[in-house]
Design a protein. Structure first.
Ligand code: MN
Length: 499
């Protein structure tokens, strides 16, 4: 299925043009890799180098730096050819060789046992690799994405196993890094191989619905564009979008496969220049179209745990149909699509000549209102140490992970918490509403008290009540995270005044 690819496609795919020096460098790397892989073929029958080119192209599309593109082209060279890591280092320097060696090491982690301990352990190894240099994991994700796109050439039993592993390990990591583009595509391909019947069923429901939905979407985009234009709101972009099949299926399952009960099947995405424009646009839309109660989400003030920011609302739109509206700035948008990779785009624009995410002398200047807390911690930590001192790094790594636990939602999303965090911390980390409405919790399927200390790797399910409920004052005695604490306090205060 993969289309023939050329080196030029990488240059065309870059989100910001490469300098002529970098272009020359990348061309050299390409010739080097092509020579190394010469004569090797992929299962699809294509020359092996086409895989390396595709991986580098994906990395260019999400805006990665030149060193990452170079490592992307070289990522299978030491493993699959006669050419050694030392030769890569001699030709292209230590940083690129370091990235390539990281990918080779990650490749050796065996992931095929689905037993939970192994899964968690492997996930942890991935996180450890990330702690060393997140670019390694991003290259690995690009590698996996292209392998998934060409999965049809493998025997069926391998397809299923690789799809399951990708769904369990790689898609959550892409999600954790906030790279929605890659996460969505990985999940859809996995879904297709893991549950072909349900995939087909979902696609059919979607297509039937979309035949009429698409035209409607275009009419709505036009109407909203006019409304906002009249109010002199500057629009960067407005477009309609439909849901990824896998995400749609997840929702359909919760709603007895009844598509008419899914309100965000059609979503209009509005991109405006500034944060203040977001709120202004939301006000105008609510004036024109009645919003649905309880579905206005301010992820700008309260970002999702993976850093996602946007305003969401569900409205009774034109012609009485229900649809979701998402409003955000260009920066929030690229962070939603490319996650942590978006930081490279912004930092490179602001700091020409800056060499990489972690190895620069000073931390990158970004105008991001927030950054992922754990990424910041890792950055701080890497600033202080050279990456040569292996023992020291090992010690710090243990230190870093000692104070953190990773718990999972029943859907497999990862929630990072401090040690001794409780189900209430977990609930607020997912969403403030879930926190407020929590009545009980299960850890790995067993009922636990709300002040229970969550253990690393547990699957936590929060039991909630449907009615509006205020948090309990007692919770303040045991919560560990400041975000939960501040939510609870705010809500209690609010309730006192509201009486
Ligand atoms: Mn590969």
């Amino acid at each position: 299925m993969s289309s023939p690819i050329t080196f030029n496609d990488i240059l065309k795919a870059t989100t910001h043009p490469l300098s002529s020096g970098d272009q020359k460098l990348l061309t050299e790397v390409y010739h080097f890799a092509e020579k190394a892989h010469h004569g090797q073929k992929r299962k699809s029958g294509e020359a092996y180098i086409s895989h390396s080119l595709h991986v580098a192209k994906i990395l260019a599309e999400i805006g990665m730096d030149i060193k990452t593109l170079m490592a992307g082209l070289l990522h299978d060279v030491p493993e699959d050819t006669e050419v050694t890591l030392a030769e890569i280092e001699k030709n292209f320097g230590a940083e690129v060789a370091y990235l390539v060696s990281g990918i080779t090491k990650l490749g050796k982690i065996k992931l095929h046992d689905s037993q939970k301990e192994y899964y968690i352990d492997n996930l942890r190894k991935m996180f450890l690799a990330m702690a060393q240099d997140i670019r390694v994991v991003i290259i690995k994700l690009a590698d996996r994405l292209h392998n998934m796109r060409t999965l049809e050439y493998l025997p069926p039993e391998k397809q299923k196993r690789i799809a399951r592993e990708t769904m369990e390990v790689y898609a959550p990591i892409a999600n954790r890094l906030g790279i929605g583009e890659i996460k969505g595509e990985l999940e859809d391909i996995c879904f297709m191989y893991m549950e072909p019947k349900r995939y087909a069923e979902t696609k059919k429901i979607e297509e039937t619905y979309l035949r009429e939905g698409e035209e409607y979407m275009n009419r709505v985009v036009k109407l909203i564009r006019e409304t906002l234009g009249k109010e002199k709101i500057r629009l960067t972009d407005i477009s309609g979008r439909t849901k990824h099949p896998y995400r749609l299926y997840q929702k359909l399952k919760r709603h007895e496969m009844n598509i008419s009960r899914i309100y965000d099947l059609i979503a209009i995405r509005i991109i405006v220049p500034e944060i203040s424009d977001c709120y202004e646009a939301l006000g105008i839309i609510h004036r024109e179209y009645r919003p649905m109660v309880g579905r206005i989400k301010d992820y700008i003030s309260l970002p999702k745990p993976n850093g996602y920011q946007s305003l969401h609302t569900t409205i009774f739109g034109p012609e009485g149909r229900i649809l979701e509206v998402q409003i955000r700035t260009p920066k929030m948008h690229s962070e939603a699509e490319y996650g942590i990779a978006a930081h490279w785009m912004y930092t490179e624009q602001e700091q020409p000549g800056w060499r990489g995410f972690f190895f620069g002398k000073k931390p990158p200047v970004t105008t991001a209102p927030k950054e992922l807390v754990w990424v910041n911690q890792l950055k701080e930590w890497q600033k202080e140490i050279g990456r040569d001192d292996k023992e020291f790094i090992e010690g710090l790594r243990i230190e870093f992970f000692k104070n953190h636990i990773f718990a999972f939602t029943p859907k497999g999303d990862i929630v990072e918490l401090p040690e001794e965090a409780t189900p209430i911390d977990f609930a607020y980390a997912i969403h403030s509403e879930i926190g407020d409405r929590a009545t009980g919790a299960k850890a790995d399927g067993k009922i636990v008290p709300l002040d229970y200390h969550i253990e690393n790797g547990q699957v936590i399910q929060i039991l909630t009540t449907k009615e509006k409920k205020k948090p309990s004052r007692d919770w303040l005695d045991f919560v560990k995270t400041s975000s939960a604490r501040s939510h609870i306090k705010r809500e209690l205060r609010h309730n006192e005044f509201g009486k």
